[in-house]
Design a protein around this ligand. Structure first.
Ligand code: COA
Length: 164
């Protein structure tokens, strides 16, 4: 049986620290967004998410020998009624394939289950093999296509769903 934390949520099996973003984290988050996306989220957009009750931004950190913490990754998701909707997942380029994306997504899904959600949904670029690989490894399946969803590059989105 999985261990539960004091707040009743499952304990992760990874060496990272995961916590919610605050306004003080903005500079580090902007650096991570810029390193991860051609169209990174702006500070204004992130600030808006921080102020929405239904939105959560989780940060993945690693403690450094000097006591400071290094930001490795993030996930942004909404919980609306019984659905977890994942808007953004990123791992700093130099820390990819270390389990950061899986760790933060496990936490997102655990929080959704804890809130008695019945499914998780997301959209991902058709060409994004890394993200599609991550989501499939978590049990997401493709259920449809939104043509030209990413209008700038005229790229389709694959819609993926995980039933809890
Ligand atoms: C997608 C992304 C978040 C994955 O993060 P990550 O921390 O490297 O992922 P993990 O190390 O946790 O990998 C977990 C699993 O995902 C899959 N995966 C991750 N990267 C992959 C790649 N490049 N190719 C194929 N599968 C991949 C694998 O199944 C992997 O398990 P394994 O390492 O045991 O084989 C990262 O590549 C990223 O930040 N990309 C740029 C931003 C982005 O596109 N975000 C998604 C928007 S929808």
């Amino acid at each position: 049986m999985r261990r539960l934390r004091e707040d009743g949520m499952p304990e992760g099996r990874h060496p990272f620290l995961i916590r919610q973003m605050t306004h003080e984290d903005m500079p580090a988050v902007i650096t991570l967004e810029k390193a991860s996306f051609r169209n990174p989220w702006s500070p204004e957009l992130l600030r808006r998410e921080l102020d929405h009750d239904w939105s959560t931004i989780l940060l993945v950190e690693e403690p450094l020998p000097n006591g400071e913490k290094h930001l490795l990754g993030l996930a942004i998701f909404w919980i609306v009624q019984d659905e977890v909707h994942v808007l953004n997942v990123a791992t700093a380029p130099e820390h990819r394939r270390r389990g950061v994306g899986r760790a933060v997504m496990d936490e997102v899904l655990a929080r959704g289950r804890h809130r008695r959600c019945t499914l998780a949904t997301l959209e991902v670029r058709r060409s994004n093999e890394a993200a599609i690989g991550l989501y499939k490894s978590l049990g997401f399946r493709s259920v449809g296509v939104r043509p030209n969803y990413y209008a700038d590059e005229k790229e389709d989105a694959i819609v993926m769903v995980l039933d809890f």
